[in-house]
Design a protein around this ligand. Structure first.
Ligand code: DC
Length: 223
């Protein structure tokens, strides 16, 4: 039977890195769905399209081929045939991704691609609407979160490591804005699915968080 694991959670909960480690331990692929919304956000910024213009963004999304592939170092994300993996982690692209993800037609398109990928192979999928919409029948469903300040602190350290020297105050403000936008959009807002297991990583180490999720997956698989 297909093994699908679904993980949702807010910005900076450590989803991507934790999900990567969990998928590796399970020997399955990891689909980072945020990267797909980021690719669309980047395409909008490049084309000079206002991300607040729903009609134009939906048009852009429909005409764009967004794809992922898997290399030795993990997921790569493409616009048409250009590898944009290294270009989609800036604060500007983060905000653009959050804004374009508000539109129902954009979400429909992304969900369709994600469901097709997850049907083809065993896969762990992380995002905001995976437990609720993309994979409601996943074997294991997890909502991974942490306190807002702790998430901002992790984000801040991660950005510094990558050489982006934003202040902590700015990182926290941006995170609050994205939380607000992701949790209050009219279409598929970020929320914990009633049957998703809660993992609060505020006082857990990285390894403890990975282990907590693996325990849930194993329990679901055996139960
Ligand atoms: O996970 P991330 O920070 O890379 O996601 C970027 C934005 O994309 C996020 O602010 C909201 C949106 N997103 C979404 O709406 N649904 C998903 N499944 C994944 C991301």
């Amino acid at each position: 039977m297909r093994l699908n694991v679904a993980i949702d959670g807010p910005v900076g909960a450590g989803k991507s890195t934790v999900a990567d480690a969990v998928a590796k331990r399970l020997g399955i692929l990891h689909l980072d769905t945020g990267a797909m919304y980021r690719a669309l956000g980047l395409a909008a910024l490049r084309a000079g399209i206002d991300t607040g213009d729903e009609e134009k963004i939906v048009g852009l999304c429909r005409g764009l081929k967004i794809a992922v592939s898997y290399e030795a170092d993990g997921q790569h994300t493409f616009i048409e045939n250009e590898d944009v993996t290294g270009l989609i982690r800036t604060p500007e692209v983060s905000m653009a991704a959050s804004t374009v993800s508000r539109y129902a037609e954009v979400r429909k398109e992304m969900v369709r691609i994600q469901q097709r990928l997850a049907a083809e192979t065993d896969m762990l999928v992380d995002g905001r609407d995976i437990c609720t919409t993309v994979l409601p029948y996943a074997a294991a469903k997890i909502f991974l979160t942490a306190d807002q300040e702790e998430r901002a602190r992790r984000r801040y350290l991660e950005m510094r490591e990558k050489g982006m020297n934003d202040s902590f105050e700015n990182v926290l403000a941006e995170l609050k804005k994205r939380d607000e936008q992701d949790m209050n959009r009219p279409v598929e807002p970020l929320r914990r699915a009633p049957d998703a297991e809660l993992v609060d990583s505020t006082s857990l180490t990285f390894d403890e968080t990975v282990d907590a999720i693996l325990r849930i997956v194993e329990a679901k698989r055996n139960g």
